[in-house]
Write a protein of this length. Structure first.
Length: 267
C-alpha cells in the first residue's frame, strides 16, 4: 500500500484479524475438553513437528478444514499460501511472477483495492485528491498502483534476486496451539525460506517493502513525498503483511467453524 490511506486500512485489518483469531480460539479450545483422558497404552506420544512443513517432505495430506483456498470467500486473494503438511515443488521464476500478478490483478484484488480506496475516499486520507467521482478514481488507481508495486517487489523482484521462496507455509493445527501459530505467522516477515527450502532472513519482505515505499512516493502529491511518510509506510507495509499472515494461517479453521466444511473456490 501507499501513503496516508495505509494507516486507516491497516488498523481496520488488524482489528478484523484480531476478532477472527479470537473466534478461532474458541474452536481450538473446545475439542480439548472432549478428548479422552487416557490414550491406549500401545500408542506413543506424537513427536513434535517442525515450525512448518518442508518443501520436500510431506507431513501428510491436509484435512479438508485445513486446506488453504486460492481466494478467501471469493473476496480476498490467498494465492501464495501453502496448506499445512502439503508437499509442493520448488518455486520457479515463473511461479513467482504468476503469483505476484494474481495478487495484483485477480478480480478479488481489484475488489479489495476498491474497498480500500473507498475507506480512504471516505476519510479524505489524501486531501489533494479531492472528492466526487474523479476523486475516488484517483484514490482507486493509486491504491492499485501501491498494491502492484509492493507485491512485485516483495513477491517477485527481490525474491528472484535473493533466491527466496515468496510463499507462506501454514503451520496448521498439528503444528501447535493458537499462540504458537500466531507467533509463527507474525515471524514470517523476518524469517522465510530459500528456494532450496532452508530458513533465512526475509530480505524480500524487509528490503522489498522499503523499495516499494520509496517508489510509490513518486506518483503522490509533492506534499506527501517526505522521509517520515516513507518510513511510516514502510513500517505499515510490514505490519500489514504480518497481520495478513495470521489471517491466512487461521482462515481454514475459521472457515470450518463458520461453514462446517472447506470453503471451496476455483483456482
Amino acid at each position: 500500500m501507499g501513503q496516508n490511506d495505509s494507516g486507516t486500512l491497516r488498523l481496520a485489518a488488524s482489528i478484523a484479524i484480531l476478532l477472527l483469531c479470537v473466534s478461532c480460539w474458541g474452536q481450538q479450545s473446545a475439542p480439548a475438553q472432549t478428548q479422552p483422558t487416557q490414550n491406549p497404552p500401545s500408542q506413543s506420544a506424537p513427536k513434535p513437528l517442525p515450525d512448518a512443513p518442508s518443501t520436500t517432505q510431506a507431513t501428510g495430506i491436509p484435512a479438508p478444514d485445513e486446506k488453504q483456498p486460492k481466494r478467501i470467500m471469493n473476496l480476498m486473494p490467498n494465492f501464495r499460501s501453502v496448506s499445512a503438511g502439503e508437499a509442493v515443488p520448488r518455486e520457479t521464476l515463473r511461479d513467482k511472477f504468476k503469483t505476484s500478478t494474481l495478487d495484483n490483478f485477480d478480480y478479488t484484488s481489484l475488489i479489495f483495492a476498491g474497498a480500500i480506496a473507498g475507506i480512504s475516499f471516505g476519510t479524505k486520507a489524501t486531501p489533494e485528491f479531492h472528492q466526487g467521482a474523479a476523486g475516488y478514481g484517483r484514490y482507486y488507481w493509486h491504491t492499485v498502483a501501491d498494491q502492484s508495486v509492493e507485491n512485485y517487489f516483495v513477491e517477485f523482484i527481490v525474491p528472484t534476486m535473493t533466491h527466496e521462496d515468496s510463499r507462506y507455509f501454514a503451520l496448521g493445527k498439528e503444528g501447535g496451539g493458537v499462540w504458537k501459530r500466531t507467533g509463527y505467522s507474525l515471524s514470517r516477515v523476518l524469517v522465510t525460506r530459500t528456494d532450496a527450502g532452508q530458513s533465512t532472513f526475509n530480505i524480500s519482505e524487509i528490503a522489498g517493502s522499503a523499495a516499494a515505499s520509496s517508489v510509490s512516493s513518486f506518483y503522490y502529491p509533492t506534499k506527501e513525498q517526505t522521509v517520515s511518510n516513507g518510513l511510516r509506510n514502510w513500517g505499515l507495509d510490514i505490519t500489514y503483511d504480518s497481520v495478513t499472515f495470521v489471517f491466512h494461517e487461521f482462515w481454514p479453521d475459521i472457515s470450518h467453524r463458520l461453514f462446517g466444511k472447506k470453503h471451496s473456490d476455483t483456482p
